[in-house]
Design a protein around this ligand. Structure first.
Ligand code: GAP
Length: 472
C-alpha cells in the first residue's frame, strides 16, 4: 500500500506554530501537573530553581520511557532479520561533524535585540521588532546548535569535541564494521537508541523540545534506485507503530518537507505529526538521506564505505532511509492520547491514563481490601510472586475506591484485590482499568490470566474456575 500525505499538507510549510490555544493550554497544564505529582517528570535541578528545558524522569517516567524504547527495539530490531543494533559513543571525532555537514550547516539564523540583547530565531520574529521589549533587531546570524566541550585537561581548539546532535552518525561511521561483523546483505539496517544534544534556541512545550533528549533511529541501507520504494515502506511501518500502541490514526498526519526546510543531506523528508495539546507538531522524521553521509565519510576519512553486490558484481555507495523518532516526544504523544477524564455517578472526576498495556509503567496493582492483619500477608505474598514477571505496586493505604483511582491515574491496566472471601476460596478479583469490570480468578491462575490480558486477550475470557464479578 502506498502511503500518501494528506493533500493539504503537501503544499509547504504548514507546521502548527507551537502557540497555545486556551483549551489546549489547560490540557497541557493538566498533563504537566499529573506528571509531576505522580512521578513521571520533574523539572531538572528543581531545588536550585530548575534548569531551563531540562527534565528528569521519575519512577513512572523512567518505566514509560523504557517501555517505549523496548517497544521500538522489539519492532525495529528483534522482530526483523534485516536490522541489527548499535550503541555508539556520544562523543565522536570532530571530523565526523565536518563530514556530516553539521559544523557548517546545523545552524539556525538568529537575531539579537539591540536594547535587551535577547536572541530570537529569525523566522519566529513577526514585525522585525524584539518580541520582549520591542527594540530594534540585528541582521540574522547563524548560530550552531551543537554543544561544544573539551576532551582532556587542556581547553584549546585542538581539544574541542561536540556532543552528538543525532545518533545517526555513529551508525554511518560504523557502516563497514557492522557490515563485516553481521555479514548482512542489502537491504539492511542499523538501529540505535541514545542521547542527543542540541542547543535549541526555543526549547519548550514541556518535554516536546529540550536540549538533551533521546532518539530512536534506524539507518536502512538500500540499493540506489530502490530508495523511493523503501521510503514509502518505512512511512507506513512507522505510522503503524504508533497506531498499534494506541494512537488514533486521525491524530497523526504526514507532512512533506519542501524547499529550504529540507535538511542539507536529504532528497525527501516527511514528518509524522501528532496532534499535541499545543497543536500539530513533528513526532518523527523520515528522510531519504541518499548516499550523502557514506560518501562524505568516505571522502573525509579515506576509508572505502562502498558495498559490493555479489549478485550483480557491482560496487556502489548505498542509499539510506532514516526513520528518526524522539523518545520524550513519543512519551508526550502517548500521554496526551491516553489522558482521559470521566465523571462518575457521584459526580466525581475519574482521571484515567488509557495507556497501551505495553507502555503502562505499572502493569498490576495488588490491593488488600483493608489493612486487616489477615489480608496483608497473603496480599504481599501475591505481590512478591507477580513481581517476578511484572512491574507491580502494592498499596493498602486509604479506601479501595481511592486506590483504584490512584492506579487509573497512572494507567495501571489491572488491579488485583484480596478480600475476606479470598481467605476461604483462594480466589481474588481482577479489575480492568478501562471498563472497571471485574472477574474473579483462582490464585493459581492469576499470573497466566494477567499475562494473557496484558497481551491483549479480551477481559471477558475467563480462566478455568473463573467467574464474572459484581454484575460484570
Ligand atoms: N537524524 C535525523 C534527525 O535527527 P530530526 O528531525 O532533527 O532528525 C528526529 O530529529 C526526531 O528527534 C524528531 O522527530 C523528534 O522526535 C526528536 N527531536 C529532535 N530534536 C528534539 C528536541 N530538541 N527535543 C526533543 N526531541 C527532539
Amino acid at each position: 500500500m502506498e502511503v500518501s500525505p494528506e493533500p493539504a499538507l503537501t503544499a509547504g510549510r504548514e507546521i502548527a506554530k507551537l502557540s497555545f490555544g486556551k483549551a489546549a493550554m489547560v490540557e497541557m497544564s493538566k498533563l504537566v501537573s499529573l506528571c509531576k505529582r505522580r512521578g513521571f517528570v520533574f523539572p531538572s535541578s528543581e531545588i536550585y530553581g530548575g534548569l531551563s528545558s531540562c527534565w528528569d524522569f521519575g519512577p513512572l517516567g523512567v518505566e514509560l520511557k523504557n517501555n517505549i524504547k523496548r517497544a521500538w527495539w522489539q519492532k525495529m530490531v528483534q522482530e526483523r532479520e534485516d536490522v541489527v543494533g548499535l550503541d555508539s559513543s556520544i562523543l565522536m571525532h570532530t571530523q565526523t561533524w565536518v563530514a556530516s555537514g553539521h559544523l557548517d550547516s546545523f545552524a539556525d539564523p538568529l537575531v539579537e535585540c539591540k536594547s535587551c540583547h535577547l536572541r530570537w530565531r529569525a523566522d519566529e520574529v513577526k514585525d522585525g521588532r524584539c518580541p520582549s521589549c520591542g527594540g530594534e533587531l540585528t541582521e540574522p546570524r547563524l548560530f550552531n546548535l551543537m554543544f561544544k566541550t573539551f576532551m582532556g585537561p587542556v581547553e584549546n581548539e585542538a581539544a574541542v569535541v561536540y556532543l552528538r546532535p543525532e545518533t545517526a552518525q555513529g551508525m554511518f561511521v560504523n557502516f563497514q564494521n557492522v557490515l563485516r561483523a553481521s555479514r548482512k546483505k542489502l537491504p539492511f539496517g542499523i538501529a540505535q537508541i541514545g542521547k542527543a544534544f542540541r542547543n535549541e534556541i526555543t526549547p519548550g512545550n514541556f518535554i516536546f523540545r529540550t536540549r538533551e533528549f533521546e532518539q530512536m533511529e534506524l539507518e536502512y541501507f538500500v540499493k540506489p534506485g530502490e530508495d523511493e520504494k523503501w521510503f514509502q515502506y518505512w512511512l507506513e511501518e512507522r505510522l503503524n507503530w504508533y497506531v498499534e500502541l494506541g494512537i488514533k490514526r486521525e491524530n497523526l498526519r504526514l507532512r512533506e518537507h519542501l524547499g529550504k526546510e529540507l535538511a542539507h543531506y536529504a532528497k525527501a523528508c516527511y514528518d509524522i505529526e501528532y496532534r499535541f495539546p499545543m497543536g500539530w507538531a513533528e513526532l518523527e522524521g523520515i528522510a531519504n538521506r541518499t548516499d550523502f553521509d557514506l560518501t562524505q565519510h568516505s571522502q573525509h576519512s579515506g576509508e572505502n564505505l562502498s558495498y559490493f553486490d555479489e549478485e550483480t558484481g557491482e560496487r556502489f555507495i548505498p542509499y539510506v532511509i532514516e526513520p528518526s523518532a524522539g523518545v520524550e516526544r513519543s512519551a508526550l504523544a502517548f500521554l496526551t492520547e491516553a489522558y482521559d477524564e470521566e465523571v462518575d455517578e457521584k459526580g466525581e472526576v475519574r482521571v484515567v491514563l488509557r495507556l497501551h498495556s505495553k507502555l503502562a509503567p505499572v502493569k498490576v496493582a495488588v490491593l488488600p481490601l483493608s489493612r486487616n492483619e489477615k489480608l496483608v500477608p497473603p496480599a504481599r505474598e501475591i505481590a512478591a510472586e507477580l513481581r517476578k514477571d511484572f512491574m507491580v505496586q502494592y498499596d493498602d493505604a486509604q479506601s479501595i475506591g481511592r486506590r483504584y483511582r490512584r492506579q487509573d491515574e497512572i494507567g495501571t491496566p489491572f488491579c488485583v484485590t484480596i478480600d475476606f472471601q479470598s481467605l476461604e476460596d483462594n480466589q481474588v478479583t481482577i479489575r480492568e482499568r478501562d471498563s472497571m469490570k471485574q472477574i474473579r480468578v483462582p490464585i493459581p491462575e492469576l499470573k497466566n490470566t494477567l499475562s494473557a490480558k496484558l497481551e491483549g486477550e479480551d477481559f471477558s475470557v475467563l480462566p478455568p474456575g473463573g467467574s464474572y464479578w459484581l454484575g460484570f
